[in-house]
Every structure is written in C-alpha cells, then in structure tokens.
Design a protein around this ligand. Structure first.
Ligand code: HAM
Length: 420
C-alpha cells in the first residue's frame, strides 16, 4: 500500500511557499511596528503544561492532544496551542524582570487530534502574540489594533470582529452555578460531551453545536448579567478604545472560547469563506494563568491566527498568488567542454546574487531550450566552441526573443544587462 501523509496533515509544496512567506513577512513587520519580538518554543512540552495551562475541561485537553510517553516514561505532548508554552517560558526565563509590557510573537506549528474538515487540520499553523504585565484594556486594544493593521496591509476586507467579556473567575463561578440550576432538569437531554461539561465547566455547553443542546440553551441565563462592576467598566473601556481607533466590532455574547484560561476580554475575527470553521483568529485576556501555572500574579492578553484559514481567506478574496522567484539566467551548452564552462559561470553568477541555472540532465540543446522556456528564465545563453574562444555571445531575452551581445564571462556585464 502506498505511504501517505497522516490524515489532517498537509505537504506545503514549493508553489505555495511564496504565499506563506509573504504572510510571515508582513506579520513580522507589523509585530515589529508594535515592538513585539519573536519567540521560538519547543514542539513538545511536558503534558502538564497544557493540562494546567489550557485546562482539563477543554476539548483540547480532554480529547485532542497528541500525548506520548518518552523512553523515560515521562508524559509529553505535541503543543496543541502556543499560549501555555509561552507562559511556561515566561515563568522559567524570569521574564517578570523584563521591561513591561513584555511583548512576544510567534509562528508555530500545532497539533490537535480533531475531526478533519475544510480549514480544520491535525497539524496546522498559527501566528500569535502574547503581551504580559498590563491589566489595562488599552493593551487589549493595542493587540486588536495590531490585527487590524495586519489585515489592512494584506488588503483583507469583510471580516468581522466579535468581542465579549467573560468577567472574572469569581463572577463566572456565580454564573456557572446559575447555569447548572437552569440545566439540571434537562441534563438527560444533553449530549454526552455536555454532560461532562455540566460538571467541569458548564459555560462550555453554550458553545455546543448539537441541535438538541442548542434548543435547551436558548433560554439559559446570560453571563453578561453576572459581570462585576470592574469587568463591565473594563469592557466599556475596550469598546471606547476600539471606537477611538475606528475599529468596527460586534458585541457577541455567545463567544465563550474553547480554552479555559480566559478572563474578561475575549474576541474572534470571523469570516464566511473558511467553511464550517469561520474563525480565523481567536484571543483574549488571561489574567490568572501565569499564577495558576506557578508563576507570579501577572496578567496577559494575546491572540492566535490560523494561518491555513488566513490563506483560504486571502484566496477567497482574490489576494493570494505572489510570484515565485524565477531564474534570471539559464546557461545552455552544446558539448561537454562548454558544459564545464557553464557550471563555472553559473557559480560566479550565483556568488554575485544572480539566480542562474544550467543543464543537469545532459539533454539535447533543443530539450534544454524547451526547459529554459518552462523555467521562465529572463535570459538564455548558449555556450559552444565559438563562445568559449571569443568570450562573446548573444544572449536571448525570452520575453520577446531579442538578442543582446554580451561578454559572457564578465559578471559586471550580466549585472548591467539584468539591471535594465
Ligand atoms: P484557538 O481559538 O484555539 O486559540 O485557535 C486560534 C486559531 O487557530 C483559530 O481561530 C483557528 O483559526 C486556528 N485553528 C485552531 N484549530 C485549528 C485546526 N485544527 N486547524 C486549522 N486551524 C486551526 C488559541 O489557540 C489560543 N492560544 C489563542 C490565544 C493566544 N489566546 C490568547 N493568546
């Protein structure tokens, strides 16, 4: 049987790479504008990092982690998200003594054992940021503004920003109690997952897509009615900050997010172009996470963008397709001696920063020319005895067939020609 890539993983082929690099470059540029700096993290961590960080009532920890015992019987997990690992690093590297706010960004591959669908993979990529050390809604506005500028630079339109407040753990505890009292009489009619959620984190039931659960949820009490005064004010200031910057949003009381660590601000950027999984970016505030993971009481806020979904969105809006770098020069040859000169010339051209190629499969001149055409090289040089002896040649400009005289051994002449 043929060997294939594991379900839910993808080969990213050379023709797709320019799009990836383009997004990576623009994201990095925008992060630098905001003084965010890159962090790179291990691909796997002790399982505890995610069990404690993401929370053991989340679907991610309960059902989706790639967990294994290493050869010393330690439980390890391929990272299913970035935040918990960044927080682990924040504590371990003593970042609480760095200049505040600490601003980090990342570009990571992640692993979740999910049901595979359009825009939902088992290995996928995220661009994310995490900012530590400020409880102010100004910091929330700052990272949403970063996203706004990133999407604008990419030329993306028509994605909507949905925001909500989940309040503090204390008001959520009150709310969860109220929700449990409301749901208790219907417990037998909830799906299996929701019955587990009922015990561990009843709020997550609000996120269930099963029709019978949705029906029961309809009349449930709402978290917004249980928010404390400070959380309400925090949310008002967030909205005011977004208004001041002209960033449009929708208040969406249904956002609960799938990870346990959030408090107060949560938000998502949603689009209709990425299949059942409309969320391109999700984020929010997590003021207790560092302390819960054994570090100091320092607040954090961040987001992560699904890169595959962002690429789908770009494509749907006709924005993808950046061109690949094409070779500037193809050196064809007539015989073996000219072939040796071609290899040397190509080396010198490359040293000078000119993308050049020569024939490597010993094909006929006709086949070499056909190949140069397929490559879409800008100029083709054919080396034979006459060219070797005279040091002069006519090179062909492939776009219009024009012949140009050139001292082909002089790299300067090549540079002048290509600069035109
Ligand atoms: P998340 O909502 O789990 O949040 O993921 C963020 C984004 O990653 C999603 O909106 C989606 O675009 C993408 N994504 C998630 N799962 C998949 C998948 N299976 N296939 C393709 N794309 C996927 C987090 O991960 C948080 N760590 C975000 C955060 C950072 N919150 C605060 N800081």
């Amino acid at each position: 049987m043929a060997i294939t890539a594991p379900r839910g993983t993808r080969d990213i082929l050379p023709e797709e790479i320019p799009n990836w690099r383009y997004l990576e470059q623009v994201f990095e540029e925008v992060c630098h504008l905001f003084d965010f700096h890159e962090i790179r993290l291990p691909t796997f961590e002790a399982t505890e990092v995610f069990a404690r960080g993401v929370g053991d009532s989340s679907d991610i920890v309960r059902k989706e982690m790639y967990t294994f015992l290493d050869k010393s019987d330690r439980s390890m997990t391929l990272r299913p998200e970035g935040t918990a690992g960044v927080v682990r690093s924040f504590i371990e590297q003593g970042m609480s003594s760095w200049r505040f706010p600490v601003r980090l960004f990342y570009n990571l591959n992640l692993f979740r054992y999910e049901r595979v669908a359009k825009g939902r993979y088992r290995e996928f990529h995220q661009f994310g940021v995490e900012a530590f050390g400020s409880t102010s809604p100004k910091m929330d506005v700052e990272i949403i503004s970063l996203l706004d500028i990133f999407f604008k630079k990419l030329g993306l339109k028509s994605m909507s920003l949905h925001i909500n407040s989940l309040g503090t753990p204390a008001c959520r505890a009150l709310y969860n109690k109220a929700l449990q009292s409301y749901l208790k009489p219907s417990l037998d009619h909830l799906c299996g997952d929701c019955r587990v959620r009922f015990e561990k984190n009843p709020m997550r039931i609000l996120d269930c897509k099963v029709a019978s659960c949705r029906h029961i949820i309809e009349g449930a009490p709402r978290l917004v009615d249980y928010l404390d005064e400070e959380s309400k004010e925090h949310f008002e200031l967030l909205k005011q900050g977004l208004d001041d910057l002209g960033i449009e949003y929708v208040v969406d009381l249904d956002i609960v997010r799938g990870l346990d660590y959030y408090s107060r601000t949560v938000f998502e950027f949603v689009s209709e172009n990425v299949g059942t999984q409309g969320t391109i970016c999700g984020g929010g505030r997590y003021d207790s996470l560092i302390a819960e993971m054994g570090g100091p009481e320092i607040p954090g806020v961040g987001f992560a963008i699904g890169v595959e979904r962002l690429l789908m969105e770009m494509q749907a809006q006709g924005l993808a397709a950046k061109e690949m770098v094409k070779p500037a020069v193809f050196v064809a040859y007539l015989d073996q001696e000219a072939g040796r000169a071609a290899v040397k010339l190509v080396k010198e051209l490359r040293l000078a920063g000119i993308a050049a190629q020569t024939e490597l499969c010993d094909r006929t001149l006709k086949a070499q020319m056909k190949f140069a055409n397929k490559l879409d090289a800008r100029y083709v040089l054919v080396l034979g005895e006459t060219e070797l002896q005279s040091g002069k040649a006519q090179v062909r400009r492939m776009c219009d067939g024009e012949q140009v005289d050139l001292s082909w051994q002089s790299i300067e002449s090549w540079q002048n020609l290509l600069d035109k």
